[in-house]
Design a protein around this ligand. Sequence first.
Ligand code: FES
Ligand code: FES
Length: 169
Amino acid sequence: MRECEVKVNGQTRRREVKDNELLLDLLRERLEVKSVKAACWRGECGLCTIILNGELVKSCLILAVEAAGGEVVTVEGMGEDDSGGELTAIQRAFMEHGASQCGFCTPAFVLTTHELLKRNSSPTESEVTEAVSGLICRCGTYNQIREAIAAVRSYDKRRVSKKLVENAR
Ligand code: FES
Ligand code: FES
């Protein structure tokens, strides 16, 4: 066992972890971050996606000890600082376009959309398709997800959260 300290959505969390403990299991089972989904445990579905030190990663492919000292962001950490609990532009778009059915895949798609728009505020259809190509939605809402991402783009000047606009600079 080793001491592992990681910042999760701005909060410092510490646990003793086993050398072979996955970051996915640390987050879900021991830190109760349940938006991070466990499905395949082998890097195929993308549903355990998180942001680690500013990069999208699959948390089932990373050991907890490898994340020690790092900073994790999950969908729970994405709200606007001054939103008073309101949905972000991406979350609103997913809701308005029916892009979330059972919702199991939604956190991974929302985080991936956030990272896509941060890098590229006006992605083409093929760039959107490529960005989400590593994620599996078992409800098959891919068309609605693409429509939702396009709608976030169209909100850019009017409705995208301050945080997203700032991060996209
Ligand atoms: S649980 Fe990590 S990619 Fe499927
Ligand atoms: S909405 Fe059900 S898995 Fe994607």
